[in-house]
Design a protein around this ligand. Structure first.
Ligand code: FNR
Length: 359
């Protein structure tokens, strides 16, 4: 008999924490500064409730959706996160297998701990590449070319990281990557990746501007999404610049502390560009009802971050698969119980804000 069978993503978080080195837990879990934005992501979902509609006659809901011409089994993907190998040795290979089994895509980080080719070999659902722009552009270009050759289907440029946020837990812990954890797709010669904070400061391009969009177009034919947009102004500008999609994100509260929770930022973005390009959201998605809330405010899909690492840490590929299954089961429940037959049916009228925002 299992002592404790995890039934929610929160259960997985607790189990993961109890088995993990505390500095590693802090690196995964932490945010920038006082972690107000980290908290705001969760709080925004806690502030909305769903208005149930009964007798819809819908039967089992159809969770499937189409993003950039590809079918996803549900409006959920895996957010790009550095070093899944921190959570379990198989790292991103296990993640890609778990997501593929559920028919969900994975956005693979620039700092993945396993190679693009291994991941492509394990994939049964779309893989996208997340990139940072390095001061040395050729490093970014090589990542894109290599991922494209491996069969990756889109490029997601993270635009909220001209420099790395001040992550106080890591500073206090003097966090360094454990032996054996390194970026499998970046050059090993002459680079020291052991402190993510130091590496980010010296290697990321702090002066990136909108000209990066045509540059990305010039180096690859893949669709380009921008991740880290939280305003209507930037969403409009991104679409004018020709991007193929937007990820509303504050990097899981790891960049600007004091930024809006992503659910609070979503409506202005979908009002501006929804229906023109796919709009995804990440940050604080922990329950099926959170997925439905984001869909109601116009997101085409969400990405899930930390809970997948929790699943990996608890039980490798099986843990990650269980985290995904729980979330999709909860989403199906939420859809049936609100009378929402498909993701496209989710509308703002599904939501009611139960406590006024402070702002
Ligand atoms: C991240 N995130 C991130 N984003 C990105 O574009 N490139 C990256 O390499 C990473 N690395 C990374 C590592 C870890 C440990 C975490 C927790 C997060 C941010 C990630 O893509 C996403 O925006 C948030 O994690 C989503 O929020 P939740 O679901 O974790 O609350």
């Amino acid at each position: 008999v299992m002592a404790e069978r995890p039934l929610t993503l929160a259960d997985y978080a607790r189990l993961a924490r109890s088995g993990m080195e505390s500095a590693t837990w802090d690196f995964i879990e932490g945010g920038a500064g006082e972690e107000r934005t980290l908290a705001a992501n969760l709080e925004a979902f806690d502030r909305v409730r769903l208005r149930t509609r009964v007798l819809s006659g819908g039967g089992d809901p159809d969770l499937a959706t189409t993003v950039l011409g590809r079918r996803w089994a549900a409006p959920v993907g895996i957010a790009p996160m550095a070093y899944h190998t921190l959570a379990c040795p198989e790292g991103e290979v296990a993640t890609v297998q778990a997501a593929g089994a559920a028919g969900l895509p994975v956005v693979v980080s620039t700092f993945a701990g396993r190679s693009f080719e291994e991941l492509a070999g394990a994939a049964t659902a779309p893989l996208w590449l997340q990139v940072y722009c390095f001061r040395d552009r050729s490093t970014t270009q090589r990542l894109i070319e290599r991922a494209r050759d491996a069969g990756f289907e889109a490029v997601v440029l993270t635009v909220d990281t001209p420099r790395l946020g001040r992550r106080l837990r890591d500073l206090r812990n003097g966090f360094r990557l454990p032996d054996g954890v390194r970026p499998a797709n970046l050059p090993s010669a002459g680079a020291d990746y052991s402190s993510p904070a130091d590496h980010g400061r010296t290697e990321l391009d702090p002066a990136l501007d909108w000209s990066v969009v045509p540059w990305l177009r010039s180096v690859s034919p893949l669709p380009v999404l921008l991740k880290g947009i939280t305003t209507a102004e930037d969403a409009g500008r991104a679409v004018a610049a020709g991007v193929d999609g937007i990820v509303v994100s504050n990097h899981g509260g790891r960049q600007l502390d004091g930024g809006l929770g992503t659910l609070d930022a979503l409506a202005e973005v979908t009002a501006e560009v929804g229906g023109h390009v796919p709009v995804l959201l990440d940050g604080g998605v922990r329950r099926g009802t959170d997925v439905l809330a984001a869909l109601a405010l116009g997101a085409d899909a969400v990405l899930v971050g930390r809970p997948v690492l929790h699943g990996l840490a608890v039980d490798g590929r099986r843990g990650a698969a269980d985290v995904i299954d729980i979330l999709l089961e909860e989403l199906a429940d939420a859809m049936v119980l609100t009378g929402t037959r498909s993701p496209a049916e989710a509308r703002p009228s599904l939501l009611r804000e139960v406590r006024p925002s402070l702002l």
